[in-house]
Design a protein around this ligand. Structure first.
Ligand code: FE
Ligand code: FE
Length: 313
């Protein structure tokens, strides 16, 4: 099948579909996390907020898995080195919107306001739930803010993404062999032209062992985009930037792949990303946050780490 016909282009620009795909991807990641927890008891001792939760509630995933599989077929076919260079070039040189973090949250929220009311949670609710769970566990203020903003990169949907495949979904390095043991759906890269490239298909590809993940190009999507937006425009610490950049890098933080590229700094970053992950995956069943009530607290928090207030997106 040609890559272009995997998902109809008009459909892929539909915001409801993006929302649904994103939700289904999360469901699949929750499922994988649960399977792992059953296999090796007791790793996630860091987070306490979710210990009371009945994780079996997250088990309506069969349908999600089917839809997500088609999504990943398209993503794994189209995320190439060439596409990633093009996306980064566009990010650097195209004219960018300017707005505050809160305005960005409200803009992202229109993604669901325009779409089906049945879709489970609005973006603002997911962001506030993540932040509130982190806050309830007494974690630092910068981490609370990271919870609040971690998915703002989905604004890419408004800023020139080609479909869903370059906004959401798990991420992985391009420019070296795809580690099919740690990436979801083995075999799904067969139509990706980089698998035929002698350099890009080699184990280290364009990188070298221990080069550090800062030097590795991760597939373009909402994580990578937001990381590039905030790294020069905020006072957030490295751990926060890692939580943003790697939160969808499941092949690394969950499956243990791509360790050969890590340097010492990445070991600390890995711990940070793992500490963040439960707040993203498991805060979705928390009660609905009261946006207006919480807004003053978070506006102050935003000002603390984004003192110039207006950000280029
Ligand atoms: Fe995300
Ligand atoms: Fe999220």
């Amino acid at each position: 099948m040609a890559p272009g016909v995997l998902i109809d282009d008009n459909m892929s620009r539909d915001s409801l579909q993006l929302e649904e795909t994103s939700d289904n991807i999360d469901k699949v990641n929750v499922l994988k996390d649960q399977l792992k927890q059953q296999q090796q008891e007791g790793w996630d001792s860091a987070s306490r907020f979710d210990t009371e939760k009945d994780k079996s509630k997250f088990r309506q995933y069969t349908e999600a898995c089917d839809r997500v599989k088609n999504f990943y077929l398209e993503q794994h076919t189209k995320q190439t080195v060439a596409y990633n260079l093009k996306a980064r070039h566009a990010f650097r040189f195209q004219k960018r919107d300017e707005m505050t973090i809160w305005e960005a949250i409200e803009k992202l929220n229109t993604l669901i306001d325009e779409s089906d009311p049945d879709t489970e949670l609005s973006q603002i609710q997911h962001l506030l739930q993540s932040a509130e769970a982190i806050r309830r566990d007494g974690k630092p203020r910068w981490m609370q803010l990271t919870g609040l903003i971690h998915d703002l990169g989905k604004l890419l949907y408004f800023y020139g993404s080609e479909g869903q495949w370059d906004v959401v979904g798990d991420t992985f390095p391009v420019g070296c062999a795809f580690d099919e043991k740690s990436i979801i759906y083995p075999g799904s890269f067969s139509l990706n032209p980089d698998t035929k490239d002698p350099v890009y298909s080699s184990k280290y590809g364009i990188y070298s062992p221990g080069c550090g993940l800062d030097n590795v190009m991760l597939s373009w999507g909402h994580d990578e985009y937001l990381y590039h937006v905030v790294k020069d425009q905020s006072l957030l610490p490295d751990e926060a930037l890692a939580m943003i950049r790697y939160h969808s890098f499941y092949p690394w933080h969950k499956e243990g792949g791509y360790r050969e590229f890590m340097n010492e700094h990445d070991e600390t970053m890995l711990e940070a990303v793992r500490a963040f992950n439960p707040y993203d995956l498991y805060s979705k069943s928390d009660g609905l946050p009261d946006v207006e009530e919480l807004k003053p607290y978070y506006l102050e928090l935003i000002d603390e780490f984004f003192p110039q207030k207006v950000i280029r997106w």
